[in-house]
Design a protein. Sequence first.
Length: 71
Amino acid sequence: MNVLSIRISDELRRQLDRLCKQQQRPTSDVVRESLRRYVVAEELRQTRGRTRPYAEAGGILTDDDVFKAVS
């Protein structure tokens, strides 16, 4: 496993500490999960951006159109 050092504001650190205490979880677990979620969300956003022109060309313009197409 790798070690990553980051700088965060005092306020963000206090918020993180408070959250970890409430959830009774180690800071590293919370930060890892947050980064994992961010990476997945960004990958999805990029995929949507690449596929949007094809979807629009196929008449898929809204989330409802997507739901109908996959249902």
